[in-house]
Design a protein around this ligand. Structure first.
Ligand code: BEZ
Ligand code: FE
Length: 287
C-alpha cells in the first residue's frame, strides 16, 4: 500500500497512521469509524458543498449544546443510534422487561414516596393509578427495588423545561417495594409531546419531512441489588404517534394497558417490571 493518500486506498492510509501502542479497543473503534466514513463519502460521491453543509450542521449542533441541552444526543436519538446502542448493550431473555432510551429529562434523587402517594403536584391532567409488581424472571417478588418515575405534564412539558412555572418534582418520584414487590402511585395519563425542535436537529427533521413527536409515555428506572437496572418507558397504545416515535423508543412489550376506573373518571395502568440478575451477559468493555 502506498504511504501517500489516494482515493482508492484512503481509509487504509489513514488507519495505517495509528501508533503500534494504541489501545486495542480504540484501534478497533477508530479503524471502523474511518472505514465507514470514507465508504459513506464514496457511496454518495460527497460534494464539497455537501461536506461544508455537514460541517456547518455539526458546528451548530455543538454551539447550541449546553449543560441543559445536549443537541448531539438528540441527533443520535433521531438517527436511531441511541436505540441501537441501547439494544446492543441490553440484550435480555424473553419475558424480561425491555430497555429504551433514557432521554434528557431524568433528574437524580427525586423525592422518595410511600406506596399509594400521588406525584402529580399541579393538579392538571387525567388522574391515573400506576400499579404492578417488580419480579424476577421466575415471577418471584423483588423486595427493596427502587422505581424512579418521571413524565410530562398535561401540556407535554417536564418540570425541568419550565422551572418556576411547573412545580419542581411534578410527576416525578421514587417508590421502594416491600416483600410483595408491589408498587403503586398516582400520577397523570401522559400526553404526546415534541422533542426540542428549535435547533439544527429540528431543522434536519423538517428537511426530511419528519415530525418531532414522541408518543405519550411514562419513564421508569428500576434498580434492585443484584439485578440489572431497567431504563424504560411504558406507552399509551392508542396514541397517534405510537408507530412513529421520532426517537424510535417504542417496543411492543412496553405498550401498557390504560383502562378507565372509578365511574370513568380516573385511569389505571397496570404493569409488572421483570428484572434479570446482574451477573448474566455483561456488556462489552468500553475503551
Ligand atoms: C424523552 O422521552 O424524554 C426524550 C427522549 C429522547 C429525546 C428527547 C426526549
Ligand atoms: Fe419523555
Amino acid at each position: 500500500m502506498t504511504k501517500y493518500f489516494t482515493e482508492e486506498g484512503s481509509a487504509e492510509t489513514v488507519n495505517a497512521r495509528m501508533a503500534d501502542g494504541t489501545n486495542p479497543r480504540l484501534r478497533e473503534v477508530m479503524t471502523s469509524v474511518v472505514k465507514y466514513l470514507h465508504a459513506f463519502a464514496k457511496d454518495v460521491e460527497l460534494t464539497q458543498e455537501e461536506w461544508e453543509c455537514g460541517i456547518d450542521f455539526l458546528t451548530k449542533t455543538g454551539q447550541i449544546s449546553s449543560e441543559e441541552r445536549q443537541e448531539f444526543i438528540l441527533l443520535s436519538d433521531t438517527l436511531g443510534l441511541s436505540m441501537l446502542v441501547d439494544a446492543i448493550n441490553n440484550r435480555r431473555p424473553t419475558g424480561a422487561t425491555e430497555n429504551t432510551v433514557l432521554g434528557p429529562f431524568h433528574v437524580k434523587d427525586a423525592p422518595i414516596h410511600q406506596a399509594g402517594d400521588s406525584i402529580n403536584l399541579d393538579g392538571k391532567g387525567e388522574s391515573c393509578l400506576f400499579e404492578g409488581r417488580v419480579i424476577d424472571i421466575h415471577g418471584e417478588p423483588i423486595e427493596g427495588a427502587c422505581i424512579d418515575v418521571w413524565s410530562d405534564d398535561a401540556e407535554g412539558f417536564y418540570d425541568v423545561q419550565k422551572p418556576g412555572e411547573i412545580p419542581k418534582w411534578n410527576n416525578r418520584g421514587r417508590f421502594i417495594t416491600g416483600s410483595d414487590g408491589i408498587y403503586r402511585f398516582t400520577s397523570i395519563k401522559p400526553v404526546s409531546y415534541p422533542i426540542p425542535d428549535d435547533g439544527p436537529v429540528g431543522q434536519m427533521l423538517g428537511h426530511l419531512g419528519r415530525h418531532p413527536y414522541r408518543p405519550a409515555h411514562v419513564h421508569f428506572m428500576v434498580t434492585a441489588p443484584g439485578h440489572k437496572t431497567i431504563v424504560t418507558h411504558t406507552f399509551v397504545g392508542d396514541d397517534d404517534y405510537i408507530s412513529d416515535d421520532t426517537v424510535f423508543g417504542v417496543k411492543e412489550t412496553l405498550v401498557a394497558s390504560f383502562e378507565l376506573i372509578k365511574g370513568e373518571t380516573e385511569w389505571r395502568s397496570p404493569f409488572d417490571f421483570v428484572m434479570v440478575p446482574e451477573s448474566s451477559d455483561p456488556p462489552p468493555k468500553a475503551c
